[in-house]
Write a protein that binds this ligand. Structure first.
Ligand code: NAG
Ligand code: NAG
Ligand code: NAG
Length: 415
């Protein structure tokens, strides 16, 4: 080949390569870009004006348009949630529509003090055991109207009085109440009472004022302590059962996580309707921690089995509304357990529902090394559903990065 011919070949090859890269980038951006929901909104409206029922068509359009159907399922092979054959014996003795607890008159269980195993417990566990039977508390702030109308996704956030800055950022980012493709998103914060006297004096009025402005705080009359998180769980289940008969899906999480609402929608649209949907950062065969200095230490006297049932990290998980209502019944059959996410795993076990693990839920950190650059890489966040754990300012910053015209070369799979 002559030199000139060779150059011509190089030239055309590099042009083709360039065109291929550009095309790929465009395709990739199309599939994860914020533009997608708007395009879909247009399609929905078109369908509506054509007199075609938008739902089925939309689902199809969405998956072809986004090329997504495979992606969210592409993670690890997931164990299929089993359908319950035998319903648990759960009684429904509650009238829908009112919170029936008006007094928290519940005294310590003094029966325990004579028993050797009890006297051998650490102080915090003694406190837990003494009040373990106290399961029903009145509400200090309630919003019975929160679930009226058609709600597609209810975002439920565990918070405490002092963390108003986290709530503020969540309201501006993933917790913003809005309508996406005609589907309503609502947000709710779950609070107990501040655990210290000083905080109660300083913060309770502020919380009430905050709620007066935003109308999104529900609060119960129990102390916001680590072991009382399970009370927050059971009270939420009861509350949801009472007031939310028609909410379709529930996302429940911490107030220090990053959440991609777009990806939740894509996930829900691309997965088949599953009445027992419960998906998150699920751990199978976790062992109770027996080291006393660990935050999650559990004495044998409280739990003596080798493994916990499968459970999802409490940082953030997604459930079908129908399942949430059944979980309320299951919770009533169990004694309270001091770790809230493990407790919910126990409730799922009662219902014989296996939670599903998905790689887009990172409630135990994105990567193990906290200093790793990956923890600040917006293209990773763009592909996640939940990432634990961010300061309010970092959350705001990351949200802005992810929701601008971020160009990511491809959908990155982690690990
Ligand atoms: C609280 O309970 C105790 C015993 O359980 C009872 O003696 C007392 O009258 C109750 N107080 C109220 C206000 O219900
Ligand atoms: C304490 O023991 C008595 C008698 O055995 C029992 O009736 C009562 O329910 C026990 N209290 C609690 C809180 O378990
Ligand atoms: C949970 O809250 C109740 C009611 O405020 C309180 O009596 C109890 O001590 C708390 N339990 C723990 C373990 O902090």
């Amino acid at each position: 080949m002559k030199n000139r011919d060779r150059r011509r070949v190089y030239k055309s090859v590099s042009i083709m390569f360039f065109v291929a890269v550009v095309a790929l980038t465009v395709v990739q951006r199309g599939s994860i870009n914020m533009g997608a929901p708007f395009a879909l909104e247009r399609q929905t409206r078109m369908h509506a004006s054509e007199g075609v029922a938008p739902r089925g068509g939309l689902e199809e359009k969405m998956s072809t348009y986004l090329g997504m159907k495979g992606f969210w399922n592409a993670g690890r092979p997931r164990p299929k949630a089993r359908l319950t054959t035998a319903e648990p014996r759960v009684t429904e003795n509650q009238i829908r529509g009112t919170w029936d607890v008006t007094s928290s008159n519940c005294s310590a269980n003094l029966n325990l003090s004579g028993q050797a195993w009890f006297n051998g417990l650490e102080k915090s566990f003694k406190q837990f055991m003494l009040y373990r039977h106290c399961r029903f508390f009145p509400m200090l702030l309630n919003h019975p109207e929160k679930c009226t109308g058609d709600i597609y996704l209810l975002m439920v956030v565990k918070s405490v009085a002092t963390q108003y800055d986290r709530r503020e950022v969540i309201r501006k980012t993933w917790g913003k109440e809005r309508l996406v493709d005609g589907k309503r998103i609502k947000t709710l914060f779950l609070l107990g009472k501040p655990s210290s006297e000083v905080e109660r004096a300083n913060h309770q009025k502020l919380v009430e004022y905050e709620d007066y402005i935003f109308g999104d705080i529900i609060q119960w009359d129990f102390l916001d302590t680590f072991f009382n998180l399970t009370l927050k769980e059971t009270h939420f289940l009861k509350w949801f059962h009472t007031y939310c008969p028609s909410v379709r899906y529930v996302f429940k999480g911490d107030d220090d996580v990053f959440v991609s609402v777009e990806n939740i929608f894509e996930f829900l649209e691309s997965s088949s309707r599953e009445k027992n949907l419960f998906v998150g950062d699920v751990i199978f065969k976790a062992k109770p921690i027996r080291k006393k200095d660990n935050k999650y230490y559990i004495p044998l006297a409280l739990y003596d089995k080798t493994y916990y049932p499968p459970y999802a990290g409490g940082g953030g998980f997604l459930m079908d509304g129908t399942l949430v209502r059944r979980l309320h019944g299951a919770a009533d059959t169990l004694e309270l357990y001091p770790i809230d996410d493990v407790f919910l795993g126990m409730c799922l076990e009662v219902l014989q529902v296996t939670p599903v693990k998905h790689n887009a839920f990172k409630t135990f950190g994105l990567v193990k090394n906290k200093k790793s650059k990956m923890n600040r890489e917006p293209c990773f966040f763009k592909n996640m559903i939940v990432v634990h754990k961010l300061l309010p300012s970092d959350l705001m910053h990351m949200w802005n990065l992810v929701n601008t015209d971020l160009v990511c070369s491809q959908k990155m799979e982690l690990l």
